[in-house]
Every structure is written in structure tokens, then in C-alpha cells.
Design a binder for this molecule. Structure first.
Ligand code: NDP
Length: 324
């Protein structure tokens, strides 16, 4: 099925409704060669946005993606690439867990060097920084754009109040406004996107580039019979997934939607990815994949969209409710 494109909120730029991110995978499960083949599969399917962050694999993810893009010889104007700042790569007091001006203006240069690019398209404040005044961060993001090092800026997992404050500051000083937020959004994690941000779409034209559409793989149903040795939840350092996300209760909820996927003649993964796109405020769903077959499956999720009727959606929501 042909790829679809949506505007990034009120911004003029269009993103493919399915995009590809590199968290966990690039530099941990995926080397440069596989990274290039994943990017190629995505690009050939019409994906025009690749998501990254400074912190992913401590900078290695940006290097791998940059090398893969170069190897594939992708036309720079045909794709968008992102990065995000907050956690930092070095231990200094102004280099970690901050959105202060000093850190941000240096961080962008490091990312561009690792990507081997002159500019990135989207930059995000990866988390809020409750110590730095929002005004200082807004000015720094504006200045990065003014210097031609990025085109649009946004936030990731900021509260609605923080996003609104950033808009108001940008408006007051005629600065570049935040164009998009990057929140988690999937069948088991909905409130922030559907309730907390509800006013921001109309009021400010907020676009959404949503993450973990499969809740780190939970919504594929792959954890039904335990933790597969080659899955994310088995990776060292990702044990925390078993506490909050891949719990017995959530596995049971997913199993209750499996028959609905079967009936629609699709898979849990495709159903779950397509569901995210039913929300018109979602500009793009960022897919993650540790291997080609997963990406190919998820890229065909668009064919499921027409099957997600009101009646089917209500059955899914009933199945997900806690059972007494
Ligand atoms: P998902 O929730 O879709 O999880 C992806 C993982 O699920 C894959 O790496 C793979 O893991 C497994 N999987 C995917 N498809 C299938 C399939 N069809 N069959 C079986 N297993 C499958 O997305 P991510 O959590 O990876 O998030 C996507 C992107 O969002 C990230 O790459 C990143 O760019 C962004 N992100 C942003 C965050 C932020 O704070 N802004 C936070 C997190 C992500 P495996 O094979 O290892 O089991």
C-alpha cells in the first residue's frame, strides 16, 4: 500500500505516517550494515523520517545512521532526520540532564559531526529540565535554527503546561515556536496524547511524532510464552521493562485482543500500529525494528486502517479493560 504523508502539526513540512527510529536497536542489536538495510527498506516504502537522539547508544546511533545514510546515498532533500538533547554524553555539571544554553549549543555540533550532516531537520528537548528557565531553552533552540543547524524544534514528554509556556515565550519574542511533541502513544498508554494535550492541537497546531507504538514489543504478543532470548526484554539493561510494561496483566490484556486481530486477518503488531494512526493528531508513528522482517510487517500496517471501524475499536477497548 502506498505510504501516506501528514503535515507535522501546523508546520508545512510533511512526514510519512510511518517512520523509523533507532532507540535500543542501532549500536546494540543492529550494526552499520543492518542499519543501512533497515533504512533502505523503510525509504523504499516511502518513509521520509528517521528518528534519533544524542543519548542513543551514547552517540553511536547517530554515527551509524549517518554512515548508513551516506552509504545509501540518500538525497538530502528527500528525508528528515532528528536528534534530541537532554541526557548528554559527558559527566560535567553543565553537560548532563540539562537544557541550558551552553549544553544545547555544543550538543548540536556534536550530533552534526556524528551524523556527517550540515543540518538536522528536527531537534527535540528530550525531557523537560525543571532547573533551566524555559525561556533560556526556547532562545537556544531558536538560535540553533537561526544558525542553520536545524529546521524545526520540539519537545519530548513535556507537560501540556510546559509546552504552552514555550509557545507563549516564543510568541512574545517572535522566536521559532515548538512544532511538535514526541510522546509515548500506544494501545496501553493513551492519556497524555488524548487528554492532557487535547487543547494544544487546535490552540497551537502541535504535531505529534509518537514513540513505542508496540510498547517495546509487548503489543506484538511475542511475550505470551515468556521472554524470547533475542527480544528487547532479554537485553542487559532493559530489565525494567518487566516491571512496568511487560507485566503478566499487560500480557493478558494483549491476549484478549489477539482474537480480534485474527478475525480481521491481521497480526497484533499491524493492528496496534494502525490503531495509532486512527488519531488524526498523530503526524507519524515511529517504528522500531531489530530486524528486517519486523519492519516489513509493520510497514504494511496501513492496510489495516480501513478495518478499524467504530465497532472494532470498541471491542478492542473492552478487551483492554481490566477484568474483574
Ligand atoms: P516499539 O514499541 O514499536 O518497539 C519496537 C521493538 O519491538 C523492536 O525493536 C522489536 O524488538 C519489537 N518488534 C517490532 N516489531 C515487531 C514485530 N513485527 N514482531 C516481533 N517483534 C517486533 O517501538 P520503540 O520502543 O522501538 O520506539 C520506536 C522509536 O521511538 C525509537 O526507535 C525512538 O526513535 C523513539 N523513541 C523515543 C523516545 C523518546 O523519549 N522520545 C522513547 C522511546 C522511543 P525486539 O526484536 O528486540 O524484541
Amino acid at each position: 500500500m502506498a505510504m501516506e504523508y501528514r503535515r507535522l502539526g501546523r508546520a508545512g513540512v510533511k512526514v510519512s505516517v510511518l517512520s523509523l527510529g533507532s532507540w535500543v536497536t542501532f549500536g546494540n542489536q543492529v550494526d552499520e550494515e543492518s542499519a543501512a538495510s533497515l533504512l533502505k527498506i523503510a525509504y523504499d516504502a516511502g518513509v521520509n523520517f528517521f528518528d534519533n537522539a544524542e543519548a542513543y547508544a551514547a552517540g553511536q546511533s547517530e554515527s551509524l545512521m549517518g554512515a548508513a545514510i551516506k552509504r545509501l546515498g540518500l538525497r538530502r532533500s528527500s528525508y528528515l532526520v532528528s536528534t534530541k538533547f537532554h541526557w548528554g554524553l559527558n559527566p560535567g555539571v553543565n553537560e548532563r540532564g540539562t537544557l541550558n544554553r551552553k549544553y544545547l549549543l555544543q550538543a548540536i555540533d556534536g550530533s552534526l559531526e556524528r551524523f556527517q550532516l550540515d543540518y538536522v531537520d528536527l531537534i527535540y528537548c528530550h525531557r523537560p529540565d525543571r532547573e533551566t528557565p524555559i525561556e533560556e531553552t526556547v532562545w537556544a533552540m531558536h538560535d540553533i535554527i537561526q544558525r542553520g543547524k536545524a529546521l524545526y524544534w520540539g519537545t519530548s514528554e513535556w507537560s501540556a503546561d510546559e509546552i504552552r509556556a514555550a509557545y507563549e515565550i516564543a510568541e512574545r519574542h517572535h522566536l521559532h515556536k515548538p512544532a511538535m511533541e514526541q510522546p509515548e502513544y500506544n494501545l496501553i498508554h493513551r492519556d497524555r496524547v488524548e487528554k492532557e494535550y487535547a487543547r494544544l492541537y487546535e490552540d497551537h497546531g502541535l504535531g505529534l511524532t509518537i514513540w513505542s507504538p508496540l510498547a517495546s514489543g509487548l503489543l506484538t504478543g511475542k511475550y505470551r510464552d515468556g521472554i524470547p532470548a533475542d527480544s528487547r526484554a532479554a537485553l542487559p539493561g532493559y530489565e525494567w521493562l518487566k516491571n512496568g510494561t511487560i507485566t503478566a496483566e499487560n500480557i493478558a490484556r494483549v491476549e484478549r485482543i489477539r482474537p480480534i486481530a485474527d478475525e480481521l486477518g491481521t497480526t497484533l503488531s499491524k493492528l496496534s500500529v494502525a490503531w495509532c494512526l486512527k488519531n488524526p493528531h498523530v503526524s507519524t508513528v515511529i517504528l522500531g525494528a531489530s530486524r528486517a522482517a519486523q519492519l516489513e510487517e509493520n510497514l504494511s500496517a496501513l492496510e489495516v486502517l480501513p478495518k478499524l471501524t467504530e465497532e472494532v475499536l470498541n471491542r478492542i477497548y473492552d478487551a483492554l479493560k481490566p477484568q474483574s
